[in-house]
Design a binder for this molecule. Structure first.
Ligand code: 3HC
Length: 311
């Protein structure tokens, strides 16, 4: 069958909402964009453990420590799911890890911001995981089966992440004046980078057109960002915080909140590696990977021994 017929059949399956599985024929470009997106998603989960891990030893009490440990562990699991989903496309884990460590692969820019106070941990849960859920619920309907299925499990855990973050901020919002000021400061610093998580504006998005045609992306960057703003403004009111955007205003005619212009120079500057924590994050990842080599060696030795015994 000629490529054009195969491509036509492939697109027909996508249009008919039939999941594409690992063994199905797929255009090379489809496979490549999935490897790009799924691996960068996995990198984001793993690097995302670092800003929160920074507060495990400094959580204000045992319950908060337990919750934070559970959340950081979840992120590791999300990363492993997603690396496994990427491997179904014929790429090795080692190759993906190397792309991260050598700076060839991206991860979400949000994780290059520092977590300066305990309130940041709540803001990460509420805003960062809140934004991630908005995007990941959409990905549960992605055309590639292994990715969509991984998302279903991940989204269940993300909901816990977002709720625990919001609840911890609710406690601070009812606390001392210092705690309320710490809360507002964290929101001031995490609001705009959270909006950047949805990617560049639709007009600047280089991958969206194909990604929407192939039903990897089901809603555009701007649409999801707007949904996130609309859903989050009222939550902010309940917390008694002011979102750091003087242009934020309900627009009855649009049925949405209007909001100010994102600083795309800041976004691309961080994506390009010049954020506050980019270097520190990659150094931490490389160090952890190197220090974990003995675990991988032991696991390989054990599996070789088991194979020999079974032979
Ligand atoms: N940070 C870093 N790079 C970003 C970015 C961000 N927030 N948003 C977009 N980019 C990059 C894209 O990767 C792309 O570069 P590339 O072609 O070299 O990969 C470029 O900017 C142009 O953006 P596009 O909109 O054209 O790219 P996409 O179509 O891939 O859309 C996306 C970007 C919406 C992030 C999409 O990749 C996606 O949905 N990814 C899966 C979800 C994901 O990765 N979320 C990250 C956070 S995970 C998380 O927070 C987990 C939580 O538990 C902590």
């Amino acid at each position: 069958m000629s490529i054009t017929n195969q491509e036509a059949l492939f697109q027909q399956r996508v249009d008919q909402e039939i999941k594409i599985e690992a063994r199905d024929w797929m255009p090379e470009e489809y496979r490549k964009t999935l490897i790009r997106q799924i691996s960068q998603h996995a990198h984001s989960e793993i690097v995302g453990m670092l800003p929160e891990g920074n507060w495990i030893t400094r959580a204000p009490n045992l319950i908060r420590k337990l919750i934070l440990i559970a959340k950081v562990q979840d992120e590791a699991g999300h990363g492993l799911y997603l690396y496994s989903a990427a491997e179904t496309l014929g790429v090795s884990r080692d190759e993906l890890i190397d792309q991260l460590h050598t700076g060839k692969a991206k991860y979400s820019s949000i994780f290059n911001y520092p977590t300066l106070t305990w309130a940041d941990i709540g803001a990460v849960g509420w805003l960062v995981d809140g934004a991630a859920i908005m995007n990941q619920v959409m990905l549960c309907r992605a055309s590639y089966g292994p990715y969509a299925r991984a998302m279903v499990r991940i989204c269940k855990e993300e909901s816990f992440h977002q709720r625990q973050g919001y609840e911890s901020l609710m406690v601070l919002s009812k606390g001392t004046e210092e705690q309320k000021a710490m809360l507002q400061d964290a929101v001031n610093r995490w609001w705009w980078p959270s909006l950047m998580m949805f990617g560049p504006s639709d007009s600047e998005s280089t991958n969206s057109e194909k990604s929407m045609l192939w039903k990897i992306k089901r809603q555009s960057n701007d649409d999801l960002r707007q949904r996130f703003v609309d859903a989050t403004v009222d939550q902010a009111k309940l917390l008694g915080v002011t979102l750091p955007d003087p242009h934020l205003k309900w627009n009855e005619a649009r049925g949405h909140y209007d909001f100010g212009e994102i600083d795309w120079n800041e976004f691309w500057n961080v994506v390009k590696g010049n954020g506050m924590c980019n270097k520190e994050r990659l150094q931490a990842r490389v160090k952890a990977h190197e220090e974990g080599q003995w675990v991988r060696d032991a696991a390989m030795a054990y599996s070789e021994k088991k194979k020999k015994k079974a032979a």
